[in-house]
Design a protein around this ligand. Structure first.
Ligand SMILES: C[S@@+](CC[C@H](N)C(=O)[O-])C[C@H]1O[C@@H](n2cnc3c(N)ncnc32)[C@H](O)[C@@H]1O
Length: 205
């Protein structure tokens, strides 16, 4: 990864996904988390302010050292202890069926092999464990989807490998999850191609 991806993208993400723009969504997505939580794509730690009191520990998975450094103050202030346990959601250094919950906010778009990462999250969750998520992905309208496909090559280059048109719900069910809650919508202030959101809870049966 070049200097842009290593140094600039994590700082841009820290600003663009700050709670001022995303706080209400983060609050909804984090509601109901409890016990040991695996957070993939921890980024700069914007979810820490929204962990419910029932969360006992957060195992953070984040490849970017810049993102992790930007998270330092939030990690220190978090009500639940946060440990960085891994660098890659595609290969989690965690035992089978040990975690109560998992959390992913705007991360599945960026992981190179999203199916593999979701299979890993499914593996480390205990039966009945839940993945709480909000992701952007493939829009249902043909014209918007066409734009997503056109823009995808540029987006991947400028946004650290981010894909615009991943079919999030299909990826989750293909990984073995049951979608116990799913809301899909165009985010009001985003261009449609960038802002078709999938928000919900997926359960490991
Ligand atoms: C758009 S940012 C979202 C950050 C954070 N989840 C948030 O809501 O602010 C995507 C995150 O995924 C991380 N990421 C990229 N590749 C990854 C991988 N293979 N495994 C886990 N995280 C990854 C990036 O470093 C970045 O922090």
């Amino acid at each position: 990864m070049g200097l842009w991806g290593r140094a600039v993208v994590p700082r841009l993400t820290n600003v663009l996904l700050a709670p001022k723009r995303t706080g209400e969504i983060r609050e909804r997505v984090c509601a109901g988390l409890s016990g040991q939580v695996v957070e993939i794509g921890f980024g700069s730690g914007h979810n820490t302010a929204y962990y419910p009191a029932a969360v006992s520990e957060v195992l953070a998975v984040e490849p970017s050292d810049v993102g992790w450094r930007l998270a330092a103050d939030r990690v220190a202030a978090s009500t639940a202890p946060v440990r960085r346990v891994g660098l890659d959601g595609q290969s989690l250094p965690l035992p089978d069926a040990g975690a109560d919950c998992a959390l992913s906010t705007w991360t599945v778009c960026t992981i190179p092999d999203a199916a593999q990462a979701l299979a890993e999250v499914h593996r480390v969750l205990r039966p009945g464990g839940t993945l709480h998520f909000v992701e952007h992905g493939r829009a249902p309208d043909a014209s918007v989807h066409a734009w997503q496909q056109r823009l995808d090559p540029i987006q991947k280059r400028v946004a650290g490998g981010c894909h615009l048109s991943r079919p999030i719900a299909e990826l989750l069910t293909a990984a073995g999850f049951t979608l116990t809650k799913l809301d899909t919508y165009y985010a009001p202030k985003e261009p449609k191609a960038f802002g078709y959101f999938y928000e919900g809870v997926a359960t490991r049966s």
